[in-house]
Design a protein around this ligand. Structure first.
Ligand SMILES: *Cc1c(COP(=O)(O)O)cnc(C)c1O
Length: 474
């Protein structure tokens, strides 16, 4: 493809993109396909001869699009959103076009220095401690793995990096029973072993019980084990529960344990001052992660990882083979030493575009709007005699179930709520997901899509009510 052709196709694609964004809410949120439907339309091998862009693009429209789930649709209210916005998409187009690999300062000085500055902008916007230094990672899973590796190296005085586990370390990691599954994965990868992850019980808000944490740490110490790190969550994935950071921080300080804060989704709420209570005690954290790619209108992937001790992070990861040495090494940040992969995409650009295009005020307005819409729906669900909330709603994620007065059997309630969710998904008009809270089948609704408005929320609530009344023949 020459550049004349590229220009021509790109113009057409941009028109297609704008049309898609205009129409996204009219698509069924989930596609009507069975496993294998897409695969069987794809040839077994790559083409030997060049194909026209028109042909490729036709196949994109005919084969790929009918198999897409429309995360862009404002009727997508499942999981947590993977947010994006037009300025972020435009930046991604430039990032792709530049094709820069931003592992060292020298491999793109502007990418490194922009990353340094946007992470500082973001730190200030979220009112994070001035002692935090930020770096962009791919995901919260990776950021938390970095934190655990830092904790491991700090606790072993960098011995494990050099010699590996000797078998006599017995390092222990703590999190709540509501913590995201990525923590267990990270604990396995970091070599601690998942039997050394202690899941601490939660209270009725689903936040970690600090007293139980302290007891677990004490018990481990008495048994000659080494309490190494605590992962506190601000905004759990199930119900956006808030672990009591301040008390957890005091415990970590008392026992000299590394504290990592996972706010993958809810961190964005710190943009608005009235929500900052969720981060009280943050100054005691050793590291903190949140994903602008979840709720801050920035395309996946973009995970903001902050640490108190930059030296500890770099010492954990730095490696300097001859071919990576550059004359500026002493004077610049080389982000390859700030995480796991060597190669890095130019992700700071989209954050820069987003923060400038929305402005802090625009970002805050969106977040407030989402929280307000969710709080409005929460009241409606709470006041409806046939529905009940199953968790507090501190932010914009509502956990509820259909609970008609005449049904009290828990197994039956699980069953009808599962059916309700299936009917909703099959309609293609709304996409919700579920979790289990206190062992009950729980439907989650998250109001956080970039373009969600009141009419979408009202529509979701009408659909939920109408599907549920049909379910019991009402
Ligand atoms: C989504 C989520 C994660 C994982 O995020 P990735 O960026 O997909 O790795 C971790 N923790 C919490 C609390 C989450 O909500």
């Amino acid at each position: 493809m020459d550049h004349t052709k590229f220009r021509e196709h790109a113009h057409k694609l941009v028109d297609w993109m704008a049309d898609y964004l205009d129409q996204a809410e009219d698509y069924p949120v989930t596609p009507d396909v069975e496993p294998g439907d897409i695969l069987q339309q794809l040839p077994d091998s790559a083409p030997e001869q060049s194909e026209d862009f028109e042909t490729i693009f036709d196949d994109f429209q005919d084969i790929i699009m009918p198999g897409m789930t429309h995360w862009e649709s404002p009727n997508f209210m499942g999981y947590f959103p993977a947010n994006k916005s037009c300025p972020s998409v435009l930046a991604e187009m430039l990032t792709a076009t530049l094709g820069a690999q931003c592992m060292s300062w020298l491999t793109s000085p502007a990418a490194t220095e922009l990353e340094e500055q946007v992470m500082e902008w973001l730190r200030k916007l979220l009112d994070l401690p001035a002692s935090f230094t930020g770096v962009i990672q791919s995901t919260a899973s990776t950021s938390t793995l970095c934190a655990l590796l830092m904790a491991r190296e700090q606790a072993s005085d960098f011995r494990i990096n050099d010699e590996g586990f000797q078998g006599d370390e017995h390092m222990r990691i703590y999190c709540s029973s509501e913590t995201h599954s990525s923590i267990e994965k990270d604990v396995k990868i970091a070599g601690f072993g998942k039997h050394n992850l202690r899941k601490i019980p939660v209270d009725k808000t689903f936040g970690l019980k600090p007293q139980a944490l302290e007891e677990a740490i004490r018990e481990d110490l008495e048994n000659g084990l080494q309490p190494t790190a605590v992962i506190a969550t601000i905004g759990t994935t199930g119900s956006t529960a808030i672990d009591p950071l301040e008390t957890i921080g005091d415990i970590c300080a008392r026992y000299d344990v590394f504290l990592h804060v996972d706010a993958a989704f809810a961190g964005t709420a710190l943009l608005v001052p009235e929500m900052r209570w969720i981060a009280n005690g943050m100054e005691q954290a050793d590291s903190f992660v949140f994903n602008p790619h979840k709720w801050m209108f920035t395309n996946f992937d973009c995970s903001a990882f902050y640490v108190q001790d930059e030296e500890l992070l770099i010492r954990t990861f730095a490696i300097l083979p001859e071919y990576l040495k550059t004359p500026e090494d002493q004077r610049v940040k080389n982000y390859r030493d700030w995480g796991i992969p060597l190669g890095r995409r130019f992700r700071a650009l989209k954050l820069w575009f987003v923060m400038r295009s929305f402005g802090a005020e625009g970002l805050r307005k969106k977040i407030r709007q989402h929280i307000e819409l969710a709080q409005g729906l929460t009241t409606q669900i709470q006041e409806h005699p046939d529905f009940e909330l199953l968790a507090p709603v501190p932010l914009n994620t509502i956990c509820f179930r259909f609970h008609p007065a005449h049904i009290s059997d828990e197994a039956k309630l699980d069953e009808i709520n599962e059916q309700l969710l299936t009917r909703i998904q099959q309609s293609g008009k709304l996409f919700l997901t579920h979790t289990k809270l206190n062992d009950r089948y729980t439907i989650r609704i998250v109001i956080g899509n970039t373009n969600v408005e009141k009419r979408h929320v009202d529509n979701a609530w009408s659909l939920i009510q109408s599907f549920s009344s049909k379910l019991i023949g009402g």
